[in-house]
Design a protein around this ligand. Sequence first.
Ligand code: ZN
Length: 491
Amino acid sequence: MLQIYNSLTRIKEPFKPLHEGHVGMYVCGPTVYGDAHLGHARPAITFDLLFRYLTYLGYKVRYVRNITDVGHLEHDADEGEDKIAKKARLEQLEPMEVVQYYTNRYHRDMEALNVLPPSIEPHASGHIIEQIAFVQQILDHGYAYVSNGSVYMDVEKFAKDYPYGKLSGRNLQDIVAETRELDGQDEKKHSYDFALWKKAAPEHIMHWPSPWSEGFPGWHMECSAMGMKYLGERFDIHGGGMDLMFPHHEAEIAQSCAALGHDTVHYWMHNNMITIAGKKMGKSYNNFITLEQFFKGDHPLLTKPFGPMVIRFFILQAHYRSTVDFSSEALEAAEKGLQRMQEAYARLQKLQPKGEGLEAKEAVSGLRARCQEAMDDDLSSQLVISELFESARLINTIWDGKATISEADLKELREVWKTFAIDILGLRLEGEAGGNEEKTAAYRGAVDLLLQMRLEAKQAKDWATSDRIRNQLTALGFQIKDQKDGFEWTL
Ligand code: ZN
């Protein structure tokens, strides 16, 4: 049975959905004012893994991942200029041009990482009415106040009736000590009160009418409003990066309790962060590496380009709740690991069954159960990978003729790899040229055909043709190994 670590209770809990056979999950998506970087890849891949595994287990999953296109301000998310409006001002674009541009690029990067699209991808700017209604409910319940056209959460009042800080383990004193004094503060009763609605300054270009002012919603509001709209007043899973636990998710819990009188989310899940050479990623460290820079090798911290599957494999090699430290060396190691998997996978497709295959029998029996057990243990993808490495060794032994495998075991082994490596871990193992399975199959077929023609040329002692095919394919980056009765190639 699937056990997941609930950040709220701080223990692994058996996963029981609220409605049998169905799972509602919400994950905080990107604020689309710049290209996605490694810090975006980790939550996207973590919750893609969860989405894929829940689907494999037979659940009908409604996966909502939002696009933040308004209300995410520069300082502590609550003060300063709107990140998208600022980009639009600097680039002299419409804010929605910025949003569309970076949303398209985010989708392109996610496709490259083989991250499945969510079931619903709502935009904050498309749900202003729902957010206004949500703010009104909080006001009606007395947990918010209007000040100079803005609406703030009355945290002190809320904390008297509900536990505030239970997710992040903070109390109000800690929060006071952490909160910076910023402009607009005089509008608030307390520094820890957060904006539910902000009155727009005259130069602010993104604003909507509301009962309180011409303005825009506070950043935390969108997830509460859109989560409720698409998943209901109570739903199963809410995910995001650990950096969102406070203030964002803590604020979401407070908003929902204040509006509805109860918690919305059953399981809170958070992926840990990626550090770069031991340091947090951040603009001030100048160590933001975008995914595109990884794919092109275009950053001083990178020794070479790394394909999207290497990034995905690198992330899945660690458990999602452990920290991952990025370095070019670590990625090179991940690349070697992925290549070993790709080679084993290619050989697995070509293996021929023979006899009883007693050596293989033991290794294959229980492999599926062990992989599933690993996934059931709070998505231990790193253990699934080590099981697959173990079976890659077996595949290579059979390939080298040092062991045999029966027909039934070969079928099972192929199915386990298809299920866990391809469907659940979401690895594309047919080489980085993949992405589109049909294209990949066509390309493999074309290379096989050329090498078959070379074989025939050799048999006809047409050395010129045989050498020409070999040399040209080698120049294109193919490695060709001649075998006793055929050939093997890799890119
Ligand atoms: Zn959110």
